[in-house]
Design a protein around this ligand. Sequence first.
Ligand SMILES: [Zn+2]
Length: 87
Amino acid sequence: MGNRDNFGKCRSCGQQVIWIKTVAGKNMPCNPQLVTYRQGNGKEKIVTPNGEVLSGELVGAGTQDATGVGYISHFATCPNAASHRKK
Ligand SMILES: [Zn+2]
């Protein structure tokens, strides 16, 4: 039943993550906080609770033309992922 109880910990920084199964069948670690987003040509990668991966921008909760809520890939914010990428 859905994505309940799919919490885990990031192996590199130890923060709590939620595993979302994407429509492509991959499990993606995301930050457990829901964000409000507007779909479009923003630079953020949003993962919806249904597992769709979209591009868009983050907007404040309650924004009238917001598309919905979703999650941000943990890799986008993981402090250790950033240091790995900085080669
Ligand atoms: Zn991490």
